[in-house]
Write a protein that binds this ligand. Structure first.
Ligand code: FAD
Length: 381
């Protein structure tokens, strides 16, 4: 994969180098074991914090190292080289849960909730989805009723990345009327009485990331933990989606990139009927299509990212980019397994995991159908 000079300069390459070394030293030797165990050690957050990886793109005032959107993309691309998007998603749960604190929080909230997470001392997760409300965010039912100096929270959250061991949850609750106007965001600390992890969920892919169901029973959350004003939660969630969709697009592109690289190697090494697989025109053409799709998707995502970085609204474009990247990663991981034949179905081959892990990408952070709803709203009168 050639790194585009148009978007990445010296600082980005330095970050790439740091993350690449970190992945080689702290992740690659253990990643197979973590996948089988269904989690990576909690200490990895501390190590990533110490190496400055968790703070990339965040304000220096709260322990981050600043930088543009392409620093974040460079770091994500290099992390993905570990071959486990489960590790990347688990380590990256701060990237979906910290931005609402930064955009809606007070100075005191930012100073309290952000630095320990960027250091890797605390784990932060995002709690929006519920057993009965996923795409339909405005319909969440977890209640937060104000009682004096606290909110009494009752309800539960579903499919929460890093949920089993999160120390704090940026959580959507209903503090007011039905619909989106009644949704607020609270930061709920996991040691608050009434907060419990109901269960860790077993899943198709992302084995190394923990995904949990969380339960609130008369959970007393101090009013100081409300982000922004009551009723501003839906706005905070929607604003956050742009960021999450960009990250998922990058993860999809890297999933496809890795599947392509594995297939290129395999097609040249594996022989059938007295010639390498790449000797069959059908295989060569499949590889050519895969390479074309991966490159087109990567360039499109970079283009949209550059516009976001320049402060332009890209709601329609990021929805298109996510769907396109996921369509590409669906196709490329499918073809990669096909090129590997029976070995592609075996756990010791990376393409098997890429194929499984890929499936969540067109569901999480807004499904493929919801992306199409957004796009169609922008293109129809
Ligand atoms: C591994 C994993 C990690 C996750 N991590 C988190 C997390 O950290 N925090 C969090 O809050 N959530 C998380 N989620 C939840 C994820 O964001 C939701 O699963 C997703 O938004 C879809 O919601 P749902 O599962 O309730 O599906 P539903 O909303 O019930 O949708 C089911 C199907 O109906 C379709 N559909 C729904 N509405 C429409 C419509 N209007 N038009 C057309 N089709 C429609 C959907 O596209 C989908 O195909 C995670 C999920 C998984 C599996």
């Amino acid at each position: 994969m050639s790194v585009s000079q148009e978007y990445f300069g010296e600082t980005h390459n330095m970050v790439r180098d740091t993350v690449r070394k970190f992945v080689g030293r702290e992740i690659n030797p253990f990643v197979e074991e973590w996948e089988e165990q269904g989690e990576f050690p909690r200490e990895l957050y501390g190590k990533a914090g110490e190496a400055g990886i968790l703070g990339i793109g965040y304000p220096e005032a709260y322990g981050g190292s600043g930088g543009d959107i392409f620093l974040k993309i460079a770091a994500c691309e290099e992390l993905m080289r570990c071959g486990s998007s489960g590790v990347v998603a688990g380590l990256g749960s701060l990237d979906i849960s910290i931005p609402p604190i930064l955009s809606l929080g007070t100075e005191e909230q930012k100073s309290r909730f952000v630095p320990p997470v960027l250091k890797g001392d605390k784990i932060s997760a995002l709690g929006i989805t519920e057993p009965n409300a996923g795409s339909d965010v405005a319909n969440i039912r977890t209640k937060g009723i104000r009682k004096g100096d606290h909110y009494l929270v009752n309800g539960g959250k579903m499919f929460i990345t890093s949920g089993a061991r999160a120390d704090q949850l940026t959580c959507a609750v209903r503090t007011g009327e039905e619909g989106f106007k009644g949704v607020s965001l609270l930061v709920i600390e996991s040691d608050t009485p009434g907060y419990s992890v109901s269960r860790k969920l077993r899943k198709m892919g992302w084995w190394a990331s923990d995904t949990a169901q969380i339960f609130f029973d008369e959970c007393q959350v101090p009013v100081e933990n409300l982000l922004g004003k009551e009723g501003q939660g839906f706005y905070g969630i929607m604003q956050n989606f742009q960021n999450e969709r960009l990250q998922l697009s990058v993860i999809a592109n890297m999933t496809a990139q890795l599947a392509l690289e594995e297939s290129l190697k395999y097609a040249q090494d594996r022989e059938a009927f007295g010639r390498p697989l790449s000797g069959f025109q059908v295989t060569r053409h499949k590889l050519a299509d895969m390479a074309t799709l991966v490159e087109a998707s990567r360039e499109f995502v970079y283009r949209v990212a550059a516009k976001i970085d320049a402060g332009k609204k890209q709601i329609k474009e990021i929805s298109m980019a996510k769907n396109f990247a996921c369509m590409v990663s669906d196709r490329v991981t499918y073809d990669a397994v096909q090129i590997h034949g029976g070995f592609g179905y075996m756990r010791e081959y990376l393409v098997e995991r890429l194929y499984r892990d890929n499936r969540i990408l067109s569901i999480g952070g807004g499904t493929q159908e919801i992306m199409k709803e957004i796009i169609s709203r922008h293109i129809l009168r």
